[in-house]
Design a protein around this ligand. Structure first.
Ligand code: ADP
Ligand code: MG
Length: 674
């Protein structure tokens, strides 16, 4: 099969559906099938299902009322069927000439003129012509690329491509998986006796085999990427730990057991001669920042520089202040680098970083711009890592001589997802919150009762507390979202005359944003109206009431993140989810999840179920190849099997692993670099 002989137009159409080389045809599996293996007598054909019938055209005429349409009658001795075409070419009318024998495939419906098929597939048939022996595949396609072309090329690919198995029976048999070649042949052209639901639900052994192969390829590539990284050198960081000890002694709290555990894991990694790749997961408020600071102390004490990168200016600024509070007293030099710095300040920060003068540099993605260089960078910490793309992380890694990397995330990744997409990372989990937190109460309130909520705000402020009011997400229009926030701010200012109401949103200049946040932190502002910019990481313990408007529009993980902004201090906290009724069934189910659960992992799991992994925050831009066939929740067993098989192959039969990857990820060099 010669791909380059295809016309440029066909090549670009094929590219649109992910076909760029002959073998891609083999893996282009049908969406569904049509059963043309069985001929029904017209009277027996079930209504509402797609069926094949055959008969002679009795009449054919074009009607003009109520609209132009072609109406033909076809009879087979058992009964008569009306064929109706609303748009038609003369050629179609010709196929339906009186006296001709035709095969019709389509859905029978009860119509005005009797049982009818609207726009069936029509073929002129000779009597006793053979029936198809297998189901007819219907492939996913794109505009202008007809099914018959796909069918033709796929059939050819199945003949000419090498379908030899990549895996030995010693692996397949215990898992009850069929061989590759018969699996793909069957899925493209299933015999009529294959139970249709097994094809539809993708539970047929042929499907299982393809999913397994796909998952195995993913596991292999991630593991190989990880092994390749272990070949790289990174500085061994194993100081006495004096800085960390001093910092701990100065803290007003003790580390939780969970924090101690993950810190030990990180320190163990840092002491290795190859780069750490660790994902630190912990629910909102679990205390990841201090863990990062203590890890930074280790690197700094060993004579290295550390970078901490945050996804937003607000968050970077907050980290900077907190870390400065902790680390200045220890005599450390901390720099601050964001896009909004004035050029003079920026120059100074850059010079300090480059000369190795600053121990810790905190900033936003401005950190991985071209002109940023470090003298002795050994540890890169990325907060809210799922907000950054792989490319951004890579750029930062390029700044040092393969530095250690610590990625932090408050979006808990369900086990199957972590196993699958993060198989190349080590994962640490902080699974307990610091003591002394009062649990957050969540209330669902219709926005018809907004007045009561405003009264509650006044009460809270009187008690000395502070309040967040989060304006709805308006996906279609950022301008509209901004307007809503501005309006809400004006309205609340009017409704709460004795209270200072502030406003923060994404369009403010970074310095203005920081100013508002600082005023809120100092309790000069009591009620902060905000767009979802405060979703990430903001920490004001005195804030104990959060109102979220149009909660039904937000993602569950997002709601959980927002809610985590309160409940950080000693005061009892309340999160009010305002919704605009009436709620649909899905919206109800989603709000119920957030109402009933406080555990971020459980919420993420249910979110995953409702939305699918592709939608999970940041997954799309994470740059990790998405799965085409396997479903992480439904195929968790296969994922387990694939993971075990990958381990086994890499340690005992790496040649098989390579062969398998050559088939499934021919461009895998890309992933290996990550
Ligand atoms: P997150 O994991 O969401 O980033 P932070 O690091 O912002 O959480 O921590 C939330 C708050 O808890 C901060 O005010 C932090 O100082 C505090 N904190 C962290 N660890 C502890 C602890 N062991 N005991 C008490 N408070 C802690
Ligand atoms: Mg944080």
């Amino acid at each position: 099969m010669n791909f380059s002989a295809f016309s440029p137009k066909l090549q670009s159409q094929l590219a649109k559906i992910g076909i760029g080389q002959p073998f891609d045809f083999v893996l282009h599996l049908p969406l569904r099938y049509e059963d043309e293996t069985h001929l029904y007598p017209i009277t027996d054909a079930p209504v509402g299902a797609q069926v094949l019938v055959e008969g002679e055209v009795q009449s054919c005429e074009v009607q003009y009322k109520p609209r132009k349409q072609l109406i033909a009658r076809v009879a087979d001795g058992s009964g008569t069927l009306v064929v109706r075409l609303l748009n038609f070419y003369p050629s179609a009318a010709k196929q339906l000439t009186v006296g001709k024998r035709v095969r019709l495939f389509g859905e029978i419906r009860r119509g005005f003129w009797g049982d009818e098929m609207v726009h069936p597939k029509i073929r002129v048939a000779s009597e006793n012509a053979e029936l198809n022996e297998s189901l007819t595949p219907v492939y996913p396609t794109t505009a202008g690329l007809p099914q018959f072309l796909l069918i033709k090329h796929i059939a050819l690919a199945l003949k000419t491509c090498d379908l030899a198995d990549t895996l030995p029976n010693s692996i397949l048999d215990p898992l009850n998986l069929p061989d590759f070649s018969s699996s793909v042949r069957l899925l493209h052209n299933p015999p009529p006796d294959v139970p249709q639901h097994q094809l539809r639900e993708r539970t047929h052994p042929g499907w299982q085999r393809l999913k397994f192969d796909e998952l195995l390829a993913q596991q292999l590539s991630l593991r190989m990427a990880r092994a390749a990284r272990r070949e790289q050198n990174a500085p061994i960081i194993r100081p006495q730990g004096e800085l960390a000890t001093k910092l701990l002694a100065a803290l007003p709290f003790e580390l939780t057991t969970a924090q101690q555990k993950v810190l030990a894991e990180i320190n163990r990694d840092l002491a290795q001669p190859h780069p750490m790749q660790r994902l630190l997961q912990g629910d909102v408020g679990s205390g990841k920042t201090i863990v990062a600071a203590l890890a930074a102390c280790q690197a700094i004490e060993a004579g290295w520089q550390v970078v901490l990168m945050a996804p937003t200016e607000i968050l970077a600024e907050q980290h900077f202040r907190k870390l400065a509070d902790w680390l200045y007293p220890l005599g450390l030099h901390i720099a601050w680098l964001t896009g909004s710095l004035k050029s003079k300040e920026k120059k100074a920060a850059l010079a300090d970083a480059q000369a190795g003068k600053s121990h810790l540099i905190v900033g936003t993605h401005a950190l991985f711009q071209q002109d940023v260089a470090f003298e002795r960078l050994a540890l890169v910490i990325v907060d809210e890592q799922h907000r950054f793309g792989v490319a951004q992380r890579l750029a930062l890694r390029g700044k040092g001589n393969s530095p250690h990397q610590l990625m932090m995330s408050a979006t808990p990744i369900p086990r199957t997802l972590a196993m699958s997409f993060y198989a190349d990372l080590d994962i640490s989990v902080i699974d307990e919150l610091p003591p002394g937190r009062t649990p957050i109460t969540t209330k669902l309130i219709s926005d018809a009762r907004r007045d009561e909520v405003v009264a509650r705000i006044a009460g809270k402020v009187q008690e000395g507390r502070q309040v967040y009011w989060v304006c709805p997400l308006i996906e279609e229009s950022e301008a509209l979202q901004l307007q809503t926030a501005v309006d809400t701010h004006a309205q609340l200012t009017e409704e709460l005359p004795d209270i200072k109401v502030g406003l923060v949103h994404g369009r403010l200049k970074p310095a203005e944003k920081a100013e508002v946040m600082a005023a809120f932190q100092r309790n000069e502002i009591q009620v902060l109206v905000a767009t979802t910019v405060i979703e990430v990481g903001v920490d004001v313990p005195n804030a104990s009431l959060m109102v979220i408007e149009h909660a039904e529009r937000m993602g569950l993980s997002q709601l959980h993140q927002l809610r985590g902004r309160v409940g950080r201090g000693i005061h009892e906290s309340l999160c009010v989810l305002l919704y605009a009724g009436p709620l649909g069934a899905t919206a109800k189910a989603r709000l119920k999840v957030i109402y009933e659960n406080i555990d971020g992992f459980e919420i993420a799991r249910q979110d995953l179920q409702i939305r699918g992994p592709g939608e999970l925050v940041g997954m799309r831009q994470s740059g990790v190849a998405m799965l085409r066939f396997a479903d992480l929740e439904a195929d968790a067993d296969l994922l387990d099997a694939a993971r075990e098989t990958a381990c086994q192959l890499l340690s005992t039969q790496p040649d098989i692993a390579i062969r398998h990857l050559d088939r499934w990820l021919p461009g895998r060099e890309l992933l290996l670099k990550v």
